[in-house]
Design a protein around this ligand. Structure first.
Ligand code: GLN
Length: 312
């Protein structure tokens, strides 16, 4: 019927082309299996969304399928903690790259229980601890924050993943107890971990993630609502830490090849911020050795090169 067909935009055609290239690559990587519920997700799914600052969202592939955002959630927790704690937060967690895997424990004892940055697990558990201590109901505060940012009330926690994380969270518990021994966890360790696992278990689509983080590309103002989510200074700081630490021990290579602040999660999602332009979110579950999505890396790298998006 005339009028009902929406012609793909140039950006949508480009996303489709890049998605097809990614799907044509030889298979590489494995889904995360140390959280058993993540291993049961179909690993062949692949999607990408680009949310522009004018409110338009362009998508290709499985961009509307909710996936486990895992460590991408560390951004939401950090924004909330920065808003609540101000500069006091930076006494509890630093802003330096770690040079170690996301769940490494070796540095934490040398550095007296102060994590290198908020995007490794230890740092995100400290952030979770501040939220548990500062909110009477930190989990529902988080969900309303995320739903508001994405302008989508239909965002939920995946209970299977939440339970699976809790049952297989020994490494994170070890990090939390070590930090507690250095008095860098205020709440009960189990409460801090519970909040951390809960936030990792949120399901969102590429479209949701890209829309929700528009404010990072727009000096703290959410493009689709006009709301000031955080100060311009905090948006700058968030992007700086994303650039140096968001892709874990591959952050240097990501800056070298792509040149955008970005965050990955072991669910296979990667979000990249393009200041003054928009936000890209790519998802595909197979991960490389650093815990970053193989096809997500490929698609964001191609898109950034084709559109000249590097900040450098
Ligand atoms: N890199 C990640 O996405 C890690 C998050 C995961 N929930 C964990 O704590 O191990």
């Amino acid at each position: 019927m005339e009028g009902t067909f929406k012609r793909p935009t140039n950006q949508e055609l480009l996303l489709q082309e890049i998605l097809q290239e990614a799907l044509d690559l030889p298979l590489s990587g494995e889904s995360a299996n140390y959280i058993p519920a993540l291993a049961s997700i179909n690993p062949n799914q692949c999607g990408i969304a680009l949310a522009n600052l004018d409110g338009e969202v362009h998508v290709a592939g499985d961009a509307d399928v909710p996936f486990s955002i895992q460590s991408v959630s560390k951004i939401f927790g950090l924004v909330m903690a920065m808003l609540r704690m101000g500069d006091d937060l930076w006494r509890r967690v630093r802003m330096e790259p770690s040079g170690h895997a996301f769940n490494s424990i070796v540095q934490l004892e040398w550095e007296h229980g102060i994590p290198r940055n908020p995007f490794i697990n230890a740092g995100a558990i400290v952030v979770a601890d501040t939220l548990v201590s500062h909110y009477s109901a930190s989990k529902s505060a988080l969900m309303s924050f995320v739903r508001g940012l994405a302008d989508n009330q239909d965002i939920h926690v995946n209970q299977d993943i939440f339970q699976s994380e809790k049952m297989h969270g020994s490494r994170n518990a070890a990090l939390a107890y070590l930090m507690k021994s250095f008095a860098n966890i205020d709440a009960d360790v189990n409460d801090a971990l519970d909040h951390y696992f809960y936030q990792c278990s949120i399901d969102m689509s590429c479209r949701d993630v890209a829309r929700s983080l528009g404010f990072l590309a727009n000096r703290g103002v959410q493009p689709h609502s006009g709301d000031q989510i955080c100060s311009r200074r905090d948006a700058h700081r968030l992007n700086a830490i994303l650039q140096t630490s968001g892709m874990y021990d591959q952050s240097g290579e990501f800056a070298f090849e792509v040149g955008l602040p970005a965050k990955s999660g072991v669910g296979g999602g990667i979000v990249a911020v393009v200041p003054n332009y928009g936000v890209i979110c790519a998802w595909s579950p197979r991960l490389n050795q650093y815990g970053n999505s193989c096809l997500g890396m490929y698609m964001i790298t191609r898109l950034a090169k084709k559109l000249g998006l590097s900040v450098y």
